[in-house]
Design a protein around this ligand. Structure first.
Ligand SMILES: Cc1ncc(COP(=O)(O)O)c(C=O)c1O
Length: 386
């Protein structure tokens, strides 16, 4: 009856089974996997958000497949503040970054084609690719090498249509650097691949480093490129459902891509009118929201570093940006066993293999967003286990 693409493993994993059992039994668990800003007390001015959405709800329905022109102008102004001017005509609004991916796969791939994806990475693409009927071909990012992308060592596979880069990575927090981007563009242009840059965390860089790629939005470059982001990370408003892509690269390719994307977008018209009408006001909240997140990330990272005694068998990997920390932990008893032991101690963390760190690696991943006192309590419990 059902498609093979939906023939997936639906059993909960051992960690979530035990977590739910402990919760049901009334255990006080500190959840260091919580990465929803609102659940961590981080949000923009919700009165201003509500007023902007209410005003938008009164506007007539007059859709534009790429997104309402004044919404795209407001977005272009926001993106342009990062350095490169962005033409609103090169932007396409979507209901989320995840939807942008789905549209890009429809645009670039036929069934059974493939997309190159970094490993480790946020475990979203496996599902998206499967639902769109394409394969993922992983390319390894190694910790020893600072998670750098080596364009010339990307796998050779005739099915590949696009390369995905996530900058800064989730959960590695590592930004793509200018030299890596330039090499990637050369390789993409040579192979006829598109470059898809996931920039959802790019506003959350730590410290200054000019070699980092802040965005490819507005970039000409030798390869067709797409810069993806959305309100869920930029303003912490995942529930309002608005994401975007900026299309760049050689003019003829860029314009052909935009024309095809317009028809894909017209088929769904999935972005609601109120959020588009409100977009300028919502983006005006970005600075305030991002400042709250940055302060929280710094405070929690300081707590994490302070918890590490000199003889500790674990350490925190450098965080260039984003909302997560990766801990390297002792090899024994192993990631999953350590995460299960942490649960018994009352703290929830992810084992690294949830993010496709290679087998045999020893990492835990935690969110840096939880409220400071809860985070400190969670870290105290975790260090007892480690
Ligand atoms: C790297 C990365 N890309 C994309 C997404 C999805 O974003 P959206 O909520 O806009 O679909 C996430 C969500 O956490 C993410 O971590």
């Amino acid at each position: 009856m059902f498609s093979r693409r939906t023939h997936w493993e639906l059993h909960p994993n051992a960690l979530s089974v035990r977590r739910d059992a402990l919760r049901d039994a009334g255990a006080d668990l500190v959840d260091l996997t919580e990465s929803n800003p609102a659940a961590c007390g981080l949000s923009p001015d919700m009165d201003a958000v509500a007023a902007a959405i209410a005003a938008g709800a009164r506007r007539p329905y007059s859709p534009d497949p790429r997104g309402l022109p004044h919404a795209r102008e407001a977005l272009a102004a926001y993106l342009g503040r990062r350095g490169t001017p962005v033409d609103p005509a090169h932007l396409v609004l979507t209901a989320s970054t995840s939807e942008a991916y789905a549209w890009l796969i429809k645009l670039l791939c036929d069934p059974w084609d493939a997309v190159l994806v970094p490993q480790p990475c946020y475990p979203l693409f496996e599902w998206l690719a499967r639902m769109e009927g394409v394969h993922l071909v992983p390319y390894a990012l190694s910790r020893a090498d600072g998670f750098r992308v080596h364009a010339d060592s990307l796998p050779v596979d005739s099915r590949v249509r696009a390369v995905l880069a996530v900058s800064p990575g989730n959960p590695t927090g590592t930004f793509l650097k200018q030299d890596e981007l330039e090499a990637l563009e050369v390789r993409c242009a040579r192979e006829g691949w598109a470059l898809v840059m996931d920039e959802v965390f790019s506003d959350y860089g730590r410290g200054a480093d000019d070699s980092r790629v802040r965005t490819v939005a507005g970039r000409a470059g030798p390869a067709l490129n797409f810069a993806l982001s959305g309100l869920s990370k930029v303003v912490g408003l995942a529930g309002l459902k608005l994401g975007w892509m900026a299309v760049g690269g050689p003019e003829a390719l860029r314009d052909a891509a935009l024309a095809r994307l317009e028809l894909i977008a017209d088929t769904y018209l999935s972005v609601n009118t109120p959020v588009q009408e409100a977009l300028g006001s919502l983006l005006a909240q970005a600075d305030g929201f991002q400042a709250q997140v940055r302060a929280r990330v710094e405070a929690n990272l300081a707590t994490l570093h302070a918890a590490r005694t000199r003889d500790a068998g674990w350490n925190v990997l450098p965080v260039e940006g984003g909302w997560s920390a990766v801990l390297r932990i002792p090899r024994h008893p192993g990631e999953l066993e350590t995460a299960l032991a942490a649960l018994e101690e009352g703290v929830v963390v992810y084992p690294g293999h949830f993010f496709d760190f290679p087998p045999g690696a020893d990492f835990l991943v935690l969110s840096l967003l939880p409220e400071e006192a809860r985070f400190a309590e969670g870290v105290a419990r975790l260090t007892r286990v480690l």
